[in-house]
Ligand binder design. Structure first.
Ligand SMILES: Cc1cc2nc3c(=O)[nH]c(=O)nc-3n(C[C@H](O)[C@H](O)[C@H](O)COP(=O)(O)OP(=O)(O)OC[C@H]3O[C@@H](n4cnc5c(N)ncnc54)[C@H](O)[C@@H]3O)c2cc1C
Length: 402
């Protein structure tokens, strides 16, 4: 017997947004999140103008932006050959002309609380999906474990938004193809000082063998230090001194506090991945967000892509769930709408990865492509780059769901 409504498995930005949008449209939704809370560190904190406009359309932007956040205006590259500003969000002509940098946990807490207050909606924390329930070749529900027991939950459609290591993807036998990440990232925090450059927001500093990404935010600087893929054991053996030296050399204004990085235990490893499944669905099951396609953190747009998947999925699923049911064609329509955007973003990310790998192999520092230098010097181009980054390719518009 097929159940009603939707089970969303995984409470990251994609899952929580989809659950909220469906619930708001009147669909009964159960959101299952394996962890007992939304606290997570170094998971991406960027809320793009697209996401802020969406929240505004939903009447949630004012409440969310009352929470501490940093308004990032610039996205810049720094290389030994010079610096360039690739995007200036301040030139966008709309109410949200910045990227809001806010701990992801606060964003998820905020949205999940609004979701849980909707009629017919349930948020279950500490509920880990362990299996799919099938009838013939159709997925008709999930089994999940909580601290007490294993439970079965049926639904008209199950959405797997359970992230880059998706259990639902494996259970449905939808393998992800790697597109070739060549680096990993070590993340750590350094304090922010009032004397820091006021225009430092989202900055990438390239050296010969590594690059450092800096993200501003209410909890100080998040620093990401690149390693060649699989280079973690060697980096760990070398200790934090080479990292401190790199930061001191390439970001001299942080040199007065790199001594605070004393131990590898202060760092978190992110194994960078760029991958995608060929088919995002099985009858009765849809994958969205990192479960369907892992985005490298380099462009800072993984949350944007997951949120946009949620919007496209809600546009297609809500009328189907409230009407004649979720056919395979509805699920394919979500993939058809989102895949071109994901392909485009991932192609750019693979290019950046290849440039960094090439620099490592040739021993030459990464330099911004000459064309990029010329293009960003043309008046208006930074605004266009900001617009492209603010909305991503092919941004879906939220249908009026009610
Ligand atoms: C270290 C790091 C830094 C990043 N930096 C950025 C950045 O600066 N900007 C940016 O936009 N993106 C960044 N990203 C990427 C971004 O975090 C992801 O693209 C985005 O979170 C994907 O959202 P999602 O909802 O698809 O999945 P996730 O955010 O991964 O959420 C998946 C959720 O599913 C839950 N789950 C897993 N298994 C189960 C199960 N069996 N049952 C129930 N629940 C389950 C997990 O606990 C998790 O809460 C970064 C990622 C990492 C890892």
């Amino acid at each position: 017997m097929t159940g009603r409504g939707c089970v969303v498995a995984g409470g990251g930005p994609g899952g929580v947004m989809l659950a909220y949008l469906l619930g708001r449209a009147g669909v009964p939704v159960t959101l299952l999140e394996a962890r007992r809370d939304f606290d997570r560190d170094f998971r991406g904190d960027s809320l793009h103008p697209y996401t802020l406009e969406l929240l505004d359309q939903l009447g949630l932007a004012v409440g969310l932006l009352a929470l501490p956040h940093h308004k990032a205006r610039y996205f810049r590259f720094h290389t030994p050959a010079g610096s360039l500003t690739t995007a200036d969000y301040g030139r966008l002509r709309n109410a949200f002309n910045y990227v809001a940098l806010m701990p992801q946990a606060r964003f998820l807490d905020f949205l999940a609380a609004r979701f849980a207050a909707l009629p017919g909606c349930r948020l279950l924390l500490g509920a880990k999906v362990s299996d799919l329930v099938r009838e013939g070749d159709r997925v008709v529900g999930v089994r999940y474990r909580d601290e007490h027991d294993t439970h079965e939950l049926r639904a008209a459609v199950v959405v797997g938004s359970d992230g880059r290591f998706s259990k639902l993807r494996r259970l449905a036998d939808l393998p992800a193809r790697s597109l070739g990440a060549t680096s990993d990232l070590l993340w750590f925090r350094l304090p922010q000082h009032e004397t820091d450059p006021p225009d430092a927001d989202v900055d990438l500093f390239f050296g010969r063998d590594h690059y450092v990404g800096l993200l501003a935010g209410p909890q100080g600087w998040q620093v990401g230090y690149s390693l060649p893929k699989g280079g973690y054991p060697a980096a760990r053996a070398a200790g934090v001194a080479p990292i401190r030296e790199f930061v001191d050399r390439h970001v001299p204004w942080l040199a007065d506090r790199t001594h605070l990085l004393t131990d590898f235990a202060q760092t978190t490893l992110l194994s960078v991945d760029i991958s995608r499944v060929d088919t995002w669905w099985r009858p009765g099951l849809l994958l969205i967000g990192d479960a369907a396609h892992v985005i490298s953190p380099v462009g800072g747009n993984g949350i944007l892509m997951a949120v946009q998947d949620a919007v496209a999925a809600a546009n297609h699923l809500a009328p189907a769930l409230l009407g004649s049911g979720v056919s395979d064609a509805v699920l394919q329509a979500v993939q058809d709408e989102r895949e071109p955007a994901i392909r485009s973003v991932q192609a750019q990310q693979v290019q950046i990865e290849q440039r960094a790998a090439h620099a490592r192999h040739t021993g030459r520092p990464v330099a911004p492509p000459a064309l990029l230098k010329v293009i960003t010097a043309i008046p208006g181009m930074r605004a266009r780059a900001a617009k492209a980054n603010a909305y991503g390719p092919f941004p879906p518009r939220l249908n009026s769901l009610r």
